[in-house]
Design a protein around this ligand. Structure first.
Ligand SMILES: CC(=O)N[C@H]1[C@@H](OP(=O)(O)OP(=O)(O)OC[C@H]2O[C@@H](n3ccc(=O)[nH]c3=O)[C@H](O)[C@@H]2O)O[C@H](CO)[C@@H](O)[C@@H]1O
Ligand SMILES: C=C(OP(=O)(O)O)C(=O)O
Length: 424
């Protein structure tokens, strides 16, 4: 298992190129299942989750090729599908596999998708996905750990429906959006997620011929069409990767430009960083952060977009850990997303968890130690903590980090961090 060895204390300066968003690329790879034509996706990040998704759809019979000349371009063709099935071996490492359900049902009228495996941030049920597909006329049974879904005998297409989810769900909204594009009639999604990745997916589907209105709001309307065609689409920049680098620079001090970063997708995080004392400027296709001295700790609550993203909670906590003053961080989306806290405490952070709230007292310094990554963003937070800690920090189990960051250590090294991958 690979590890990261970090020698803390360097400030960061230079330019980092932000990659395409994991959480947009994954549904967009599944959207290729909706058409028999070729689909070209550009700016696809080089991540383990993308590799897993490619394996999953290839296993169904999709042809998927990365361009030799430009590896971030992937061409997909789902003209001939051999099996509309997402097996447990591939689904267990990646929650986003559930995104195969909507497109498979919509185009092929059947899907067998493993329930996603347990995850370190909470129980993450898929009841809303099932409820929405049932509202669109699918018959679904859960047997032997699989969702087995099909259309009733004699029915060729899903039927448009009005779907109101019990809570805002990102992949749920994406599944319904994709399914509804090929359904008969109109679908209305109430309580829809507004994350930028939903808007990006909707833009791609519209290029494919889908009729969608209201994406980016709480109410999305889709008029189903009989078929979709191919398209070329560029994956939106990863706001969470950009936010992670912003927190790293705020913590270490320095002056870094994030090329391709979208400040308009990061308002809640950037506001907090400014209140903390960082100077942030942004324009078309870049975000620049300048930070010096100790930042001021910030309290925040995670909420759905456009609120503070749960996927940035751990990284901002690493900054709070060495900032001036006390802070309270409330996690409202996932019930078990403070797994990084014990590891940060091992580095010298002062944090106490009281239910959904982590109460923090900033310390002047952290001291390097061996820590264990438990999930994707927890890993990123430990890397940030390691960058500021005195001495050496070894972050173990970084396969979690590789799921969702495109060459993180190379990008950090490029702006002056002392960080290397230890292969074992
Ligand atoms: C691949 C992807 O895009 N992943 C993102 C997506 O995950 P994901 O789409 O899995 O997260 P959801 O938005 O669905 O989850 C929100 C909340 O709803 C609950 N819920 C969800 C669906 C359901 O059927 N039943 C149910 O109870 C979840 O357990 C959670 O408490 O949004 C999360 C919240 O912004 C992010 O942290 C993830 O990075
Ligand atoms: C929780 C995350 O991803 P996933 O939903 O793929 O587990 C994340 O990106 O932080």
């Amino acid at each position: 298992m690979d590890k990261l060895l970090i020698k803390g204390g360097n400030s960061l300066a230079g330019t980092v190129e932000i990659s395409g968003a994991k959480n947009a690329a994954l549904p967009e790879l599944c959207a290729a299942l909706l058409t028999a034509d070729s689909v070209t996706l550009e700016n696809v990040p080089a991540l383990q989750d993308v590799a897993t998704m490619l394996k999953l759809i290839r296993n169904m019979g999709v042809q998927a090729e990365r361009s030799q000349a430009r590896p971030s371009t992937v061409t997909l063709n789902a003209g001939a599908l051999s099996s509309p099935e997402a097996p447990y071996e591939l689904v267990k490492t990646m929650r986003a596999s559930v995104l195969a359900l909507g497109p498979l049902l919509a185009r092929f009228g059947e899907a067998t998708v493993s329930l996603p495996g347990g995850c370190a941030i909470g129980s993450r049920p898929v009841d809303q996905h099932i409820k929405g597909m049932q509202a669109m006329g699918a018959e679904i049974v859960v047997e032997h750990g699989y969702m087995i879904a099909r259309l009733p005998a004699g029915q060729k297409r899903l039927k448009g429906a009005s779907i109101t989810t019990d809570m805002v769900t990102v992949t749920g909204t994406e599944n319904f959006l994709m399914a509804a594009t090929l359904a008969e009639g109109e679908t209305i999604l109430e309580n829809a997620a507004q994350e930028p990745e939903i808007g990006d997916l909707a833009e791609m589907l519209i290029k494919m011929g889908a009729r969608i209105e209201g994406h980016g709001t709480r109410r999305i309307r889709i008029q189903g069409v009989e078929r979709l065609h191919g398209c070329t689409h560029q994956v939106v920049a990863d706001r969470i990767e950009a936010g992670t680098f912003l927190c790293a620079v705020a913590a270490t001090g320095g002056d870094v430009v994030l090329k391709a970063g979208r400040a308009d997708h990061l308002d809640a995080v950037i506001d907090k960083l400014r209140e903390a004392g960082a100077v942030i400027t942004a324009g078309d296709g870049f975000i620049r952060i300048q930070a010096s001295g100790r930042m001021k700790a910030q309290s925040f609550r995670t909420t759905e977009y456009p609120g503070f993203p749960t996927d940035m909670q751990a990284q901002f906590m690493a900054l709070n850990a060495i900032a001036q003053g006390a802070s309270a961080v409330t996690e409202t989306i996932f019930e078990n997303r403070f797994m990084h806290v014990n590891e940060m405490v091992r580095l010298g952070a002062k944090i106490q968890i009281e239910g959904k709230v982590a109460v923090m007292e900033g310390v002047e310094k952290l001291s390097g130690a061996t820590v264990m990554a438990t999930d994707l963003r927890a890993s990123a937070s430990l890397v940030i903590a390691g960058l500021v800690a005195q001495g050496e920090t070894m972050v173990d189990r970084i396969y979690h980090l590789d799921r969702g960051y495109d060459q993180m250590e190379a990008k950090l090294r490029g702006i002056g961090a002392d960080i290397e991958r230890v292969r074992s």
